[in-house]
Design a protein around this ligand. Structure first.
Ligand code: PBG
Length: 334
């Protein structure tokens, strides 16, 4: 005879058996979180200097695409059912003020045009809006000496936003962490007739060492200092809530937390508090770690990727920017 524990309501064994529903027959019925291809946003690096796809050393299996191939790449992503891409440009020429971030004939503007022409409205084209890939010093704003200037950078962001929208971008994603950037971009877009272009703001973007491989990918390593005077201290949570609140007030339509896995608590709190469409960026370092471990046979890549992305959703993200988007889509489609 099995004994019950009537005095302790939380321990109703053997009446309550959590394992009953853990047979493969019931698992799908009681699963609380699912990953969907429609949750994914695929980053694409467009390299104006490349003649063919160039594999990124620290991101095995990921490539910088030449302008001439980016539309095909976008079509392939769209065919997998992925609803959106986010574009990063690597210009041929960089200068102090990032001049090539906003010309009609610059790398991103041309890439957007080519993709729109080939893929049409099937795919949401998001453009990363920042200066670091375009400046010779690699910082996200204009600089004077070693200072990253806030207010003088804002009109430049506005100009870039308008150039992206004019090229055909469906949404802009400012990632520079300058104060007031969302408001400045919203005004610039509105003043130029782009009231319907949404802003996905990198609202809570941490000063993270997990961006290392991206800086190789986008050739955006900086020549002095670091980003700690504009990106967030990894120690802080309340500050993230304030950042998000300000961005919403300034007109952000989607808010983003970045990186993802080390900041699941931030995703959770932000989703709970603001109930806004929330994105999480599973960044380059997170990709590189999984790839490296898998290469050594230490982790099962497919399973670890699935578990990672599922965790990000479970924490509250509605959409995930990830370098595993194509792999994940293939898996989910099969
Ligand atoms: C800045 C930007 C960065 C990333 C996206 N946008 C780099 C940085 O802030 O240094 C990082 C993305 C990643 O690591 O995957 N334009």
């Amino acid at each position: 005879m099995v004994k019950y524990f009537p005095s302790n309501k939380s321990s109703m064994f053997p009446i309550t058996r959590m394992r009953r529903l853990r047979s493969s027959k019931f698992l799908p019925l009681v699963r609380e979180t699912t990953l969907n291809v429609k949750d994914l946003i695929c980053p694409v690096f467009v390299d104006e200097t490349a003649g063919k796809p160039v594999e990124i050393n620290s991101m095995p299996g990921y490539f910088r695409m030449p302008l001439g191939m980016v539309a095909d790449e976008a079509a392939c992503i769209s065919d997998l059912g992925i609803p959106a891409i986010i574009l990063f440009g690597i210009p041929e020429e960089k200068d102090e003020i990032g001049s090539h971030a906003c010309g009609d004939e610059d790398v991103i503007q041309k890439a957007v045009g080519a993709i729109k022409k080939q893929v049409g409205d099937e795919l949401v084209i998001i453009t990363d809006l920042c200066l670091d890939e375009y400046t010779s010093h690699g910082h996200c704003g204009l600089v004077r000496g070693t200072e990253i200037l806030n207010d003088p950078t804002l009109p430049v962001y506005g100009k870039i936003a308008v150039s992206h929208a004019r090229a055909g971008a469906d949404m802009v994603a400012p990632s520079g962490m300058m104060d007031g950037m969302v408001g400045a971009i919203r005004s610039a877009l509105d003043d130029n007739g782009f009231q319907n272009i949404p802003i996905m703001s990198y609202a809570a973007k941490y000063c993270s060492s997990f961006y290392g491989p991206f800086r190789e990918a986008a050739c955006s390593g900086f020549t002095f200092g670091d980003r700690s005077t504009y990106q967030m201290d990894p120690a802080n949570t309340n500050e993230a809530l304030r950042e998000v609140e300000l961005d919403i007030e300034e007109g952000a339509d989607i808010i983003m937390v970045k990186p993802a896995l080390p900041y699941l608590d931030i995703i959770y709190r932000i989703k709970k508090k603001f109930v806004m469409p929330t994105a999480a960026y599973h960044v380059s370092g997170e990709y590189a770690m999984i790839k490296a471990a898998a290469k050594n046979g230490w982790l099962d890549e497919r399973k670890v990727v699935h578990e990672s992305l599922l965790s990000i959703k479970r924490a509250g993200a509605d959409m995930i920017l990830t370098y595993f988007a194509k792999d994940m889509a293939r898996e989910l489609n099969s």
